[in-house]
Design a protein around this ligand. Structure first.
Ligand code: PMP
Length: 428
């Protein structure tokens, strides 16, 4: 049996951990089969409990942009660990990383560290509400901003993978302040703003979506949102948990030249350790406790091990002047070459791509919103996923997730991936 040890480990985990996993998409529920239990990661590769090796296109869902276990990041973590894991006090390191980020990302003056993307987005909304003294906000169908209550309404990622974009346990009272628009539909956003004059605190968006598969903003959507926010007095929140430090060092703000009022980060900013962050200009950040009236806190916020891993990762990215060009080139090659092979096999598909994010939608010609993402042939994606997995290629286990390309993917890995795609058998 291919995945014998993983299968045994999953049976055991199932007894003690709900669904056998600590985060739902890991369960392979969408694609079926046994989730693989990994035991080691190095560079572009993951090694599972059965000692099988995979080229990794998930990269811990984004953080491992350098590839896994980069020697310099590892060294930095080891060195810090010798001086302690957590102090519960301020450290000089926290200011160093904050300064570095503020100086290298457009349009932010201060940054607050938290421990996850969920916390970052939850706090950003509270801050927007505190700043504007308004209660409602607009999000987009299929966008995921973590699992805090007010976001679990028409959310993407794991929720849609399991066919239920809303979560039980979220009260009607909470849900009524979350207004939902279709991604890339500026008229709908404007209608909502017009119908709720003086009530919308913020519009939160994944500037490039990863959580309904990769979906790009079209027709100057982000610029138009900026204009509407200014017109109606709402704050624009870019959720850059996936896109921050990935699409460019300054994320989507830099790439699309659109200024957000609040920006959230996660994933890469922690270099693989648990970190999130949110940032804004002084006027907004000054509303946060202990200076201001908007409360937010965390026992492990600014944890020294996580700060070290994040800082080292960001510095390595920054000093490589060719970093983003190489990532984009790798992703473009994968897009073109996979597209070519699928065309030769007469498999209709659409590949969406930006920088080092991409995903394949089968049997559909374009995907710019959640409705279209749902209309793709997900059964075919699941089949594609399993055939590639058997050949040592590890894609996200759902057609509603973006692939994250790392800097460790080189020609050799691309060739192996294309070889696996060439062997893909389309069974009708
Ligand atoms: N925002 C976005 C855009 C995300 O993709 C995610 C997680 N994938 C989150 C927020 C939540 O981050 P976390 O899982 O670290 O809580």
């Amino acid at each position: 049996m291919l995945y014998e040890r993983s299968s045994k480990l999953f049976d055991e985990a199932y007894k003690y951990i709900p669904g056998g996993v600590n985060s739902p998409v890991r369960a392979f529920k969408s694609v079926g089969g046994t989730p693989l239990f990994m035991k080691k990661a190095q560079g572009a590769y993951l090694i599972d409990a059965d000692d099988r090796q995979y080229i990794d296109y998930i990269n811990s869902w984004g953080p491992a942009i350098l590839g896994h276990t980069h020697p310099e990041v590892l060294e930095a973590i080891k060195k810090q660990a010798e001086n302690g894991f957590s102090y519960g006090t301020p450290t000089e390191l926290e200011t160093e990383i904050a300064k570095f980020i503020v100086e290298n990302v457009p349009n932010i003056d201060q940054i607050r560290m938290v421990s996850s993307g969920t916390e970052a987005c939850m706090s950003a909304i509270r801050l927007a509400r505190g700043f504007t003294k308004r209660e409602k906000f607009i999000k987009f169908e299929g966008c995921y901003h973590g699992h805090s209550d007010s976001f679990l309404i028409k959310a993407g990622s794991g929720l849609v993978t399991f066919g239920n974009p809303d979560s039980a346990g979220v009260t009607k009272g909470t849900a009524k302040d979350t207004l939902v628009a279709e991604y890339n539909n500026i008229e709908q956003v404007e209608d909502i703003l017009k119908n709720n004059i003086g009530e919308i605190a913020a519009i939160i968006i994944e500037p490039v979506v990863g959580n309904m598969g990769c979906v790009l903003p079209e027709n100057n959507f982000l610029h138009k949102l900026r204009t509407l926010c200014d017109e109606y007095g709402a704050l624009l929140i870019f959720d850059e948990v996936m896109t921050g430090f990935r699409l460019a060092f300054g994320g989507a703000q830099e790439l699309y030249n659109v200024k957000a009022d609040i920006v959230t980060y996660g994933k890469i900013i922690g270099g693989g350790l648990p970190v999130g962050a949110f940032a804004a200009r002084n006027e907004i950040m000054d509303c946060l406790a202990p200076k201001g009236a908007v409360y937010q806190a965390g026992t492990l916020s600014g944890n020294p091990l996580a700060m070290r891993a994040g800082f080292e990762t960001l510095k390595l990215i920054k000093k490589d002047h060719n970093f983003y060009q190489k990532l984009a080139k790798t992703t473009e090659t994968l897009d073109f070459e996979i597209g070519k092979i699928l065309n030769e096999k007469s498999i209709q598909h659409r590949i969406n791509r930006k920088g080092s994010m991409m995903s394949i939608f089968f049997h559909i010609s374009s995907v710019s919103n959640f409705g279209q993402a749902k209309n793709a042939n997900h059964a075919l994606f699941n089949n594609f996923f399993h055939q590639l997995l058997e050949k040592g290629i590890y894609l996200p286990p759902s057609g509603y997730e973006s692939w994250f390309i790392s800097n460790s993917i080189n020609e050799n890995e691309i060739d192996k991936t294309l070889e696996a795609v060439r062997k893909f058998e389309f069974l009708n």
